[in-house]
Design a protein around this ligand. Structure first.
Ligand code: GP9
Ligand code: MN
Length: 606
């Protein structure tokens, strides 16, 4: 064997090794070159070596295409992880259709250094001039055998590990292997591990409560026979409620409404990759999502037991409103599955006052209010599900829709823009509530307002933003502030300004609403009536590493791509050491999540 012939190949594999190393260091903070060389690199190198063997006549073309593809993958994974703080999987390719609307956000995340992933293309051009044809050599065959053996060993080992968190799994077992194992588990159905059924009693016990039948619950039937309005507010986090900036309240309308509301101030978002649409799913089904994949991308189109169906049985007609394309987040599949009688999207609403990707919330509310007289004639009772959108990142509000006079240092900052956008959303909620009052409907309705998920997170936050946030809050921004969303329940004569500090999740919204309306529900629910139960145990998968939990006393962040695990006291958010309770909650939340997955099975594609 002429060893000189191997030189260009050695260089090609060296470039690939450097690229793989840079990727690992960036995404997983990997410091061990040995780990990279034996776990991550061999799979990528194997693919290149096989390509070179197969396409003998077009070796350079193979190298170029492969290098470009790998650079593209690493570039995309880096951007994705920066925004979502978890790695994307091949599943997420299904989401590419959704990326156009979040394009502006993605642009904010690109760091010019990311393009260095493509810098090996320059090196390839240089060695391409030196070796215009890549020589024949047996070394390639040996390389394939060597890489194959190592890849087979690491993949076989990986297959035996449970995937509790995909990023952590990829960190330990290799990104390439994580994708292979996921594919393998999906085809063999292990991804949706079937679990033993949990009775409502057992589920409540895992959360730390004694089960009580719903008809004996606190506030059961308090709002019986009322209309229901559910308002999902885009990106509204709990920390803005009751807060002021330079003497200006961020949510003056919601703040005023709290006097006649039950306000749950400790409710955690539970969305996964499907963000807004996951929140819609959770609020309308009382079920979890799988987390890593938007539930709307998995639905098989079958009817799903839901709030709309439960209310239909009681004579309600239902309508849902959102000012975006109906195909976005596959709502054209979601809404029929949830059984809404009437579905309104961007094409039904006047094409005016566009902000972001559709007409502003004021147009949405006007539209929904205009539909009311007809609906009130058509149905005994109505359920309206109104999904707001204007306060969506990047939170750029036209001047006319700016209600806050931002202090100089907040101008043109992400945090300042966020507060401005949320202030606008609050104004529209206020107008809507006032309109319901003017029409005499407030006294006949139960109105639920909640935030879909956080708006302030990830890389759009600059150091300057963090300083402002600290200044606004009076302390550093905690995970609790990031993940809690306001949940307000109101309606004439129902509540007298109660703040409920007990832990809740979005999954608890539907059970609480059903209890207030006095409806007993035959299908399984993952959440519970927040008026009744004191304790809670919630899972969160995508925005915290799998295995994380939020429990009435503790918040546990499982180990992820970069960081080790961390336990916090939920009340103070001070760091704590794990105790026996923590270990029990880690096990229990896994049981809850697996039960949650099993409940999704009838409604998702195989
Ligand atoms: C898209 C809108 C925003 O229709 O609801 O979705 P998000 O990006 O927040 O998931
Ligand atoms: Mn959203």
């Amino acid at each position: 064997m002429n060893s000189a012939k191997a030189v260009p190949y050695l260089l090609l594999f060296l470039f690939l090794f450097i690229k793989v190393s840079a990727f690992r260091m960036l995404i997983f903070d990997t410091k061990s070159i040995g780990h990279i060389a034996f776990v991550e690199f061999p799979v990528w190198a194997l693919l290149l070596a096989i390509g070179l063997l197969i396409f003998k006549k077009h070796r350079w073309l193979t190298v170029w295409i492969y290098s470009f593809l790998v650079s593209g993958i690493f570039f995309a994974v880096t951007l994705y992880s920066r925004y979502y703080t978890t790695i994307p999987s091949y599943y997420d390719l299904q989401q590419t259709t959704q990326s156009s609307t979040v394009g502006t956000t993605i642009l904010l995340l690109i760091n010019p250094l990311d393009f260095l992933f493509f810098s090996d293309l320059i090196l390839l051009a240089i060695i391409g001039r030196r070796w215009r044809r890549l020589p024949r050599t047996n070394a390639l065959k040996y390389a394939v055998i060597g890489f194959l053996v190592i890849s087979a060993i690491t993949t076989a080992y990986a297959i035996k590990q449970p995937i509790i968190d995909i990023s952590y799994f990829a960190k330990e077992n290799g990104y390439a292997q994580s994708q292979l194992v996921q594919m393998y588990q999906q085809t063999t159905e292990k991804a949706h591990a079937s679990s033993t059924e949990l009775s409502p009693k057992k589920l409540e016990e895992l959360k730390g409560n004694e089960f009580i039948p719903v008809h004996s619950h606190e506030n059961f039937g308090l709002a019986e026979g009322r209309h229901l309005f559910v308002v999902q507010v885009e990106s509204m986090q709990n920390f803005v409620v009751g807060k002021s900036l330079d003497g200006q309240e961020i949510t003056p309308n919601i703040n005023a409404l709290l006097d006649e509301s039950a306000y749950f101030s400790n409710v955690f978002q539970q969305i996964g990759a499907g963000t807004t649409s996951d929140a819609e799913w959770i609020a309308n089904t009382g079920l979890y999502t799988e987390g890593m994949v938007p539930i709307v991308n998995q639905l098989n189109g079958d009817k799903v037991p839901s709030l709309a169906y439960a209310l239909k049985d009681k004579g309600y007609g239902s309508a849902t409103y959102h000012a975006d394309d109906i195909e976005f987040w596959n709502r054209d599949v979601l809404y029929p599955a949830l059984g809404f009688d009437e579905v309104f999207s961007i094409e039904d609403m006047p094409d005016i006052k566009q902000v972001g990707f559709g007409p502003a919330d004021e147009v949405l509310f006007d539209f929904a209010l205009d539909e009311l007289p007809r609906q009130l004639k058509t149905y005994d009772r109505i359920y309206s599900n109104i999904v707001m959108m204007t306060s969506h990142t990047p939170f750029l509000m036209p001047e006319k829709m700016q209600y806050l006079n931002l202090p100089k240092e907040y101008e043109d900052t992400h945090v300042g823009n966020y507060l401005q956008a949320v202030r606008y959303a609050d104004e529209q909620v206020g107008v809507f509530i006032q309109e319901l009052k003017d029409q005499g409907l407030f006294d006949e309705s139960l109105i639920v307002i909640f935030g879909d998920h956080s708006g302030i997170h990830g890389s759009p936050l600059s150091l300057e933003d963090e300083v402002l946030l600290n200044d606004f809050l009076g302390h550093p921004y905690s995970l609790k502030e990031r993940y809690t969303v306001p949940l307000v329940m109101t309606g004439g004569g129902l509540f007298e300004g109660t703040e409920m500090k007990r832990l809740g999740g979005q999954v608890d919204i539907m059970p609480t609403v059903l209890a207030l309306l006095g409806i007993e529900y035959d299908h399984p629910l993952m959440g519970h009536n927040l008026f009744q139960y004191e304790k809670n145990l919630l899972g969160m998968r995508y925005y915290m590493p799998g295995g994380s939990f939020i429990q009435s006393e503790q918040l546990y962040k499982a180990p992820g791509a970069k960081l080790p695990d961390m336990l916090y006291d939920l009340k103070t958010m001070e760091k704590r050491g794990k105790n026996s309770e923590t270990k029990k909650h880690i096990r229990d939340v896994q049981v809850i999540l697996e039960y949650g997955d099993s409940l999704l099975k009838p409604y998702i594609q195989d």
